[in-house]
Design a protein around this ligand. Structure first.
Ligand code: BES
Ligand code: ZN
Ligand code: ZN
Length: 490
C-alpha cells in the first residue's frame, strides 16, 4: 500500500460509503502505549492461564478482570504448541464481542506473544475488526459495538494495520449488503454500489441494463430477471494495476437479490433467507473495494450477475428453452436453478470482452452443498489442479476452509437435454449430486484456456446460529480474505 493510498483511506474515515450511510470503516491505529481503558489480552492454556483463577485459556473462552480504571478481557487461545492464526483470530473476535456486551466502544488489542513473525499480529487485529461487526440496523435500541481499535505491539506496522483494516472493513461492508432487505438491495442498487466504488477508487465500471442484456443476447440472465419489477443488471468493475501484463483475474459473483424459486416456488422454511442469494455479489464488491483502495500491481475484474428471481405472470416458465450469450440453448427444467443461468452468461460475456486468464466465481448455488459440507466449509470445483490447490491453501491460512469435489463426465451427461443443448437441473434422482451437477453446468461456459474455480458458498455465507469465531450471526462476508491471500495482498 502506498503512502498516498494510506492518506486517502484515512481521509475517507469520515465519508459514508454505502447509500444507507453505515460506518463500517473503523478507527484503527498502532500505538506505543495503550490509550483505551479496555484491553484485549491473549492467554494460552499453559502457565499464564494458571495465574488467572477460574480461567483455563481454552479457545473461545473469555474472562473479565478489573484493575482500577482498566478492564482486562482475557481471551483463551488454547494449547500454546498447537496455536494457529485461526485460534488467535477467533479469540480476538470473542474478546471484542465481549467488550461490546460490556458497552465499550474502544479497545486496545495487546499483541499476542504466539506466532509473532508468522501471522499472529495480523490475525489478532483481523479478529478484532471482524468480531466488532453486528447487524443492528433494524434494532430500535442500538447495541454498543467497538468502532475504535488501538493495537499495541512491535510486530505490526501502520501500513500492515491499514491493509488489514481495509480488508476486514470490506468484509463488514459485504456483510451489511447481504443483511439488508431484498427490497432495498435489488439489482440496480448493486450497480449503484459498484459505480460509487468505481468513482471513489478510479476504476472503470460497465453496467448493462435490462435493455442491453436483451439486445446483446444474454438470454439466460434476461430470462431469470424477467418476472420482476426490479430489472436485471450485469455489472463489471475493471482494475488495471499491471496494464503491460496479460495476467488477469476475473471474480464473478451470483447476485440474485431475492430467490423466490420462480414458478418452482420455494417452500416455507426454504425461502425466508433468500435475500442472501446475492452473497457472491457482495463478496465480489468487497474484493473490488479492497483492490480499489490498495491499488496493487495486478489486473482484476469484478463481475456481478444481478437479477431478482421472482414469481408471477411475467416470470420465465419451466419447460421453455432460452439461448445463452454463448449460443448454447438451455431447457429450463427448474426455475429455482437460476444461479447457474445468470453465471453462465456472465462467464461468456466477460471472457469475450475482457479476456481473463483465470476466473473465480462465488455463488450461493445449491442447498446440496450444505448436505455435503455443512455451514463451515465452502465447496470448491475447478478445471485446474494447481489453481484449486493454491486456493485451498489460502483457505487453510485464512480459516475460510474449502473442500474440492469432482467434475466427472457423468455429471455433465446428466445436464444434457432432449429438446435443447443443456438442461438447467440434472436428470438424476432428486437431490443426487446437485452441487456437482451445478458445477458441471457452469463448466460448459468456461473456455478451454481459462483456469477456473467455482466456490459454492450456500453453506458458509450465512450463519443462522450464534456467533462463531469471527463469524457474527447472519451474513459472514466469506471469501474476501481468501482472495486477498490468494492474490498475495494480505
Ligand atoms: N439459492 C439457491 C441455493 C441455496 C439454498 C442457497 C440454501 C442458500 C441456502 C439456489 O438457487 C437453488 O435454489 N438451488 C436449487 C437447485 C435445484 C433446483 C437443482 C437447490 O439447491 O435445491
Ligand atoms: Zn434458486
Ligand atoms: Zn439461488
Amino acid at each position: 500500500m502506498t503512502e498516498t493510498a494510506i492518506a486517502e483511506h484515512k481521509k475517507n474515515w469520515e465519508i459514508k460509503h454505502s447509500e444507507r450511510g453505515d460506518q463500517y470503516q473503523m478507527n484503527i491505529q498502532v500505538v506505543d502505549t495503550p490509550r483505551n481503558e479496555t484491553r484485549i489480552v491473549f492467554v494460552s492454556s499453559g502457565d499464564t492461564a494458571k495465574e488467572i483463577p477460574d480461567f483455563e485459556g481454552k479457545t473461545g473462552e473469555t474472562t473479565v478482570r478489573y484493575d482500577g480504571e482498566t478492564t482486562y478481557i482475557y481471551c483463551g487461545i488454547g494449547d500454546p504448541d498447537g496455536c494457529t492464526t485461526e485460534h488467535i483470530r477467533s479469540a480476538a473476535a470473542c474478546g471484542v464481542r465481549k467488550a461490546g456486551l460490556l458497552k465499550r466502544s474502544e479497545v486496545t488489542v495487546v499483541e499476542p506473544t504466539q506466532l509473532s513473525n508468522d501471522g499472529g499480529p495480523q490475525a489478532a487485529l483481523e479478529g478484532a475488526i471482524l468480531g466488532a461487526y453486528r447487524y443492528a440496523h433494524f434494532k430500535t435500541e442500538k447495541p454498543v459495538t467497538v468502532d475504535r481499535i488501538d493495537y499495541v505491539g512491535n510486530h505490526l506496522t501502520d501500513k500492515d494495520a491499514m491493509r488489514n483494516g481495509v480488508i476486514c472493513e470490506s468484509v463488514n461492508f459485504a456483510r451489511d449488503l447481504v443483511n439488508e432487505n431484498a427490497s432495498d438491495v435489488y439489482p440496480d442498487r448493486l450497480a449503484r454500489e459498484a459505480r460509487m466504488m468505481a468513482e471513489q477508487h478510479s476504476m472503470s465500471c460497465t453496467i448493462l441494463t435490462e435493455k442491453e442484456i436483451s439486445e446483446r443476447g444474454l438470454g439466460l440472465l434476461e430470462a431469470v430477471g424477467k418476472g420482476s419489477p426490479y430489472p436485471p443488471r450485469l455489472i463489471i468493475l475493471e482494475y488495471k494495476g499491471a496494464p503491460d501484463t496479460p495476467h488477469k483475474t476475473a471474480v464473478v459473483g451470483k447476485g440474485i437479490t431475492f430467490d423466490s424459486g420462480g414458478q418452482n416456488l420455494k417452500p416455507r422454511g426454504g425461502i425466508e433467507t433468500m435475500r442472501t442469494d446475492m452473497a457472491g455479489a457482495a463478496t465480489t464488491l468487497g474484493i473490488m473495494r479492497v483492490i480499489g483502495t490498495l491499488k496493487p500491481q495486478i489486473n482484476v475484474i469484478g463481475v456481478v450477475a444481478a437479477a431478482h428471481n421472482a414469481i408471477g405472470g411475467d416470470a420465465y416458465f419451466p419447460g421453455d428453452v432460452y439461448r445463452s450469450y454463448k449460443g448454447t440453448t438451455v431447457e429450463i427444467t427448474n426455475t429455482d436453478a437460476e444461479g447457474r443461468l445468470v453465471l453462465a452468461d456472465a462467464f461468456s460475456y466477460v471472457q469475450t470482452h475482457f479476456s481473463p486468464t483465470e476466473m473465480i466465481d462465488f455463488a450461493t448455488l445449491t442447498g446440496g452443498i450444505l448436505v455435503a459440507l455443512g455451514s463451515t466449509v465452502t465447496g470448491l470445483f475447478s478445471n485446474d489442479d494447481a489453481m484449486a490447490q493454491k486456493l485451498f491453501d489460502s483457505g487453510e491460512e485464512t480459516g475460510e476452509r474449502l473442500w474440492r469435489l469432482p467434475l466427472y463426465p457423468e455429471y455433465t451427461d446428466a445436464m444434457k437435454s432432449d429438446i435443447a443443448d443443456l438442461r438447467n437441473s440434472a436428470k438424476l434422482k432428486k437431490g443426487h449430486a446437485s452441487s456437482v451437477t451445478a458445477g458441471a453446468f457452469l463448466r460448459e461456459f468456461v473456455e478451454e484456456d481459462v483456469s477456473w474455480c467455482h466456490l459454492d458458498i450456500a453453506g458458509t455465507a450465512f450463519n443462522e446460529g450464534e456467533p462463531r469465531g469471527i463469524n457474527p450471526k447472519l451474513a459472514t462476508g466469506v471469501g474476501i480474505r481468501l482472495i486477498m491471500n490468494y492474490l498475495n495482498l494480505n
